[in-house]
Design a protein around this ligand. Structure first.
Ligand SMILES: [Cu+2]
Length: 240
């Protein structure tokens, strides 16, 4: 039976590492940094799980009491070398993960020096208002009328996020972006999307009765299409 421990452990490790590699990749510079960090955490956690489970299984199988064996097994008290090893290994793992997390945090929180657009996000019960700063364009909507904003791909766009009434949260699940929207405070997050598409946005902070219907859409398009859309909206809003 103990001969099976190693092949089963290797298979379990491969399945877990493979599963972590199958997680969909976020199509943005910031989301990809988070994805990479998730991947590293998943691989290290999988190795720890498999090694721990294998050692438990091995000791249960190899050292279980035998019917004929009623003598007390050899007794040990303390093992300095072993204790140092199981102190050192988790410490090294935690320090390495901490340093990697700080590095990825730099990517996620970095502000673009010259973003293509700055979009002021105002959350309220139960909708969103998006104002393109300096462009005279506003898009807003609430339940059953989800606002759809347009952003360019391959360009950094800055979101400056605040709230009018209670706390909300600006959340783009597919892009792995989330920032709290807090009354009286502005949180900024810069996002550079690199695949065109429609990305669903949600409020991720329970904020009242219609919280679940507080959705929006981010449509990412090529830069030229974005400029054309912006000019069209400017004219429409100007004529309104
Ligand atoms: Cu909300």
């Amino acid at each position: 039976m103990t001969r099976l421990v190693r092949p089963i452990s290797c298979m379990a490790l491969l399945v877990m590492v493979g599963a972590s590699a199958c997680v969909p990749q976020a199509p943005s510079v910031q989301g990809r940094a988070v994805n990479q960090l998730y991947g590293i955490f998943a691989v290290i956690a999988s190795i720890i799980f498999v090694v721990t489970a294998a050692l438990i299984a091995l000791s249960m199988l190899r050292y279980r009491a035998k019917p004929s064996d009623d003598a007390l097994p050899a007794q040990f008290e303390g093992n300095v070398k072993l204790e140092l090893i199981w102190f050192a290994i988790p410490t090294v793992i935690v320090v390495v993960l901490f340093i990697l997390t700080l590095q990825k945090l730099d990517v996620v929180t970095e502000r673009a020096p010259d973003p293509e657009s700055i979009i002021e996000v105002d959350a309220y019960q139960w909708g969103w208002s998006f104002t393109y700063r300096g462009e005279g364009v506003n898009i807003s909507g609430g339940p059953h009328n989800d606002p759809e904003l347009v952003v360019p791909i391959d360009r950094a766009v800055a979101f400056e996020i605040s709230a009018e009434d209670v706390q909300h949260s600006f959340y783009l699940p597919r892009l792995l972006i989330k920032r709290d929207a807090i009354p009286g405070r502005t949180n900024r997050v810069d996002v550079e999307i690199d695949e065109p598409g429609r990305y669903i946005g949600k409020c991720a902070e329970f904020c009242g009765l219609l919280h679940a219907e507080m959705n929006f859409v981010v449509r990412a398009v090529p830069p030229l299409e974005y400029r054309a859309w912006l000019n069209e909206r400017k004219q429409d809003d100007g004529n309104a």
